[in-house]
Design a protein around this ligand. Structure first.
Ligand code: SAM
Length: 286
């Protein structure tokens, strides 16, 4: 079968589930993944004969797409902050909003002076694929990073990602909701914790709802800020004097999250929107 023929077959097979532009993107990604051809090479070689074994691989991907599995899980990796991360059903797929949070944190890390090169101790709570601490470690060498998750499987993947990206992170398995202490004082504490209320499930697309770990996403309707509450309490005790707390937040709960931090006695609270103009992240200091 030629590339041109496969394109028609692939598009036809998915048209009832996805828009055409998305199907094109899936095809380009799978062709690059399995055939090693980029978009331009694809476009200029419509009569390229695809080997039978490669068709088998592409068809396996196609079957998984029909079941609305995310393309990132099918390929087994994704890009975040320009770096490659292994992802699987135990790890949330890193989102572009979280890249904005990482950019904000990087901007706020204390810069070395002429006389002093300070190491910034940073903790990421609910690390998933490890995308946040690994990107920070890649971008800023004056950092020492620790990352916590409750999921052993997520931590195994995060560890592989640290190795793949050649950085050192201390990974710890812990349930942050029951931890009374942290291991040390931190200059920066970051978290993108579970924050989607069960009542918001109806807004969530099937590819997320049926595939991504619910442990990473959902919280009870009646206590949606449970993680923020607990992490803010720990941050009060374990942030250094000039320390900073960063959260990714539920877009519908920006004001509530801000009020929670005010009640806990935090200062300089700054709520920021993501590129889609939704309240998405917050920073506070002691
Ligand atoms: C929204 S995901 C964020 C993943 C990653 N930091 C990112 O931004 O893509 C939340 C993460 O918190 C972890 N988590 C859920 N409950 C937890 C708990 N009680 N203690 C520690 N981590 C928890 C999940 O396993 C998941 O990896």
């Amino acid at each position: 079968m030629t590339l041109k023929e496969y394109r028609s077959f692939f598009t036809e097979s998915l048209l009832t589930i996805y828009p055409k532009t998305e199907i094109e993107t899936f095809l380009y990604l799978l062709i690059e993944e399995y055939l090693g051809l980029n978009r331009i090479e694809f476009a200029i070689q419509p009569n390229y004969e695809i080997k039978e074994e490669k068709i088998q691989l592409l068809n396996k991907g196609l079957e998984r797409l029909k079941k609305e599995e995310p393309i990132q899980y099918i390929m087994g990796h994704t890009e975040f902050f320009g770096y490659s991360f292994i992802v699987n059903k135990n790890t949330l797929i890193p989102r572009p909003e979280t890249e904005e949070l990482v950019a904000w944190v990087l901007n706020e890390i204390e810069k070395p002076t002429l006389h002093q090169r300070k190491i910034n101790y940073i903790l990421d709570i609910g690390t998933g694929s490890g995308c946040i601490p690994i990107s920070i470690a890649k971008e800023n060498k004056n950092t020492n990073l620790t990352a916590i998750d409750i999921s052993e499987e997520a931590l195994k993947t995060a560890q592989k990602n640290a190795k793949k990206n050649k950085v050192t992170i201390q990974f710890t398995k812990a349930n942050i909701l029951t931890e009374a202490k942290l291991d040390k004082q931190y200059d920066i504490i970051i978290s993108n914790p579970p924050y989607v209320r069960n009542l918001e499930k109806k807004e969530i697309k099937n590819n997320v709802l049926l595939n991504e770990p619910h442990l990473a996403l959902f919280v009870e309707n009646k206590n949606p800020l449970i993680f923020y509450d607990k992490i803010a309490d720990l941050a009060k005790q374990y942030l250094t004097k000039k320390g900073k707390l960063f959260f990714e937040i539920n877009q519908y709960l920006g004001e509530e999250t801000k009020q929670l931090l005010i009640r806990k006695g935090f200062n300089n609270i700054e709520l920021r929107k993501d590129i889609f103009k939704n309240d998405r992240m917050i920073k506070a200091t002691l």
